[in-house]
Design a protein around this ligand. Structure first.
Ligand code: OFO
Length: 171
């Protein structure tokens, strides 16, 4: 084994994060599908990309756990929401979900410091930085939606622009 084996408690905590990243991917996939059916094709494309990125976040964790002598567990996923009130609600949910993920990442970082597991601590810094970007992106999108309000023309342009908006990613 190349690396010092993960402590059982760290392996468990990382696998819980695998679950959360997988749930994030499913959640955004459900939002993407709903937006597409409602005719918001640009927003749907953005959310499909976001869902794919969350799956990559999950994979990075699984590979890391396995590289460190643990076992990355592919989780069972619960059914995400099927319908949403409107686009504003979707991005409010995205922001609150990302804040939840950031909280969990911070708990993991804290756990690593307590365990003196500096390798996992370093690995997690990528997620810390990613969460800052994701919270910022969701906040900026919400600001735009609040400016648009009930303006249908504004929403048309917003939807068009979202087709090409890059989800932040440092891979
Ligand atoms: Fe995995 O970055 Fe958002 O949740």
């Amino acid at each position: 084994m190349l690396y010092k084996k993960l402590a059982a408690s760290t392996e468990k905590a990382l696998n819980e994060q695998v679950q959360l990243e997988a749930e994030s991917s499913q959640y955004y996939l459900a939002m993407a599908s709903w937006a597409e059916v409602q005719g918001y094709n640009g927003i749907a494309q953005f959310l499909y990309r976001h869902s794919d990125e969350e799956r990559v976040h999950m994979l990075k964790l699984i590979r890391f756990i396995n590289d460190r002598g643990g076992h990355g567990i592919v989780p069972t996923l619960k059914q995400p929401a099927v319908t949403f009130k409107n686009i504003l609600e979707i991005f409010e949910l995205v922001l609150s979900h990302e804040i939840l993920v950031s909280t969990e990442i911070n708990k993991l970082v804290d756990h690593c410091l307590q365990e003196k597991d500096y390798t996992t601590h370093t690995f997690l810094q990528w997620y810390v930085a990613e969460q800052i970007e994701e919270e910022k992106m969701a906040t900026q999108i919400l600001d735009k939606l609040k400016l648009i309000g009930e303006d249908k023309g504004g929403m048309y342009i917003f939807d068009r622009d979202m087709a090409t908006l890059q989800t932040e990613d440092r891979r």
